[in-house]
Design a protein around this ligand. Structure first.
Ligand SMILES: Cc1cc2nc3c(=O)[nH]c(=O)nc-3n(C[C@H](O)[C@H](O)[C@H](O)COP(=O)(O)O)c2cc1C
Length: 185
């Protein structure tokens, strides 16, 4: 039997009732059988300080080792002021340092975003893709999963109830699995 692919997912929101965390949880339910999705919570990662990049806090060490062990990365993020939220950029900065010890290097990745607005976080996704260039990551291009008007698609319990959104999440995960296998060849 083929080994299951491991995907590490994290959300760019710390909010308890986060729509993006809800989309990430839905992804964990919808992941294809040949893969597993582990969720990492960015809560507790302190502000990046380059003085400590060679001796990072334990949580950052743990984050980096989980990234390294994963076959692929899934990031589900809000858009803050037309870009990626500070807490996501901060976590990425820690995990990419020190120079020469970038834990994201060469990883296949997929991005999703959810927003209360009508563009669904598209601008944050494109900023994240630009960050991936320097990190030397390989994002899946299609389908693009942006969840606009998230409050109408996610219920009070934090469940994604919109069938079309669930279908697109599943399609993206299938693409990520296929892309990861292709890059491993
Ligand atoms: C600081 C801040 C900036 C925001 N900027 C944007 C934005 O540029 N585009 C957008 O679509 N929504 C923006 N929003 C609204 C978010 O889409 C909304 O708060 C969303 O629920 C955040 O995701 P979460 O539920 O996962 O925390 C912003 C929210 C905050 C708190």
């Amino acid at each position: 039997m083929e080994k299951q692919l491991s995907i590490l997912g994290f959300a760019g929101s710390l909010r308890k009732g986060s729509y993006n965390k809800a989309v990430l949880r839905a992804a964990a339910e919808l992941v294809p059988n040949e893969a597993s999705l582990e969720i990492f919570d960015l809560e507790g990662i302190p502000p990046f300080n380059q003085d400590f990049e060679k001796t990072p806090p334990d949580l950052v060490k743990q984050f980096k080792s989980k990234i390294r062990a994963a076959d692929a990365i899934l990031i589900v993020t809000p858009e803050h002021n037309y870009s990626v939220p500070g807490i996501l950029k901060n976590a990425i900065d820690w995990a990419s340092r020190p120079y020469g010890d970038n834990s994201f290097e060469g990883k296949p990745a997929a991005i999703m975003s959810a927003s209360t607005g009508m563009l669904g976080g598209a601008r944050a996704q494109y900023h994240l893709r630009q960050i991936f260039v320097f990190l030397d990551m390989h994002p899946v291009n299609h389908p693009e999963v942006m969840v606009p008007f998230a409050a109408q698609k996610i219920d009070e319990q934090g469940k994604v109830i919109d069938e079309e959104t669930r279908k697109r999440i599943r399609q993206l995960l299938e693409s990520l699995v296929a892309w990861t296998k292709k890059l491993k060849q």
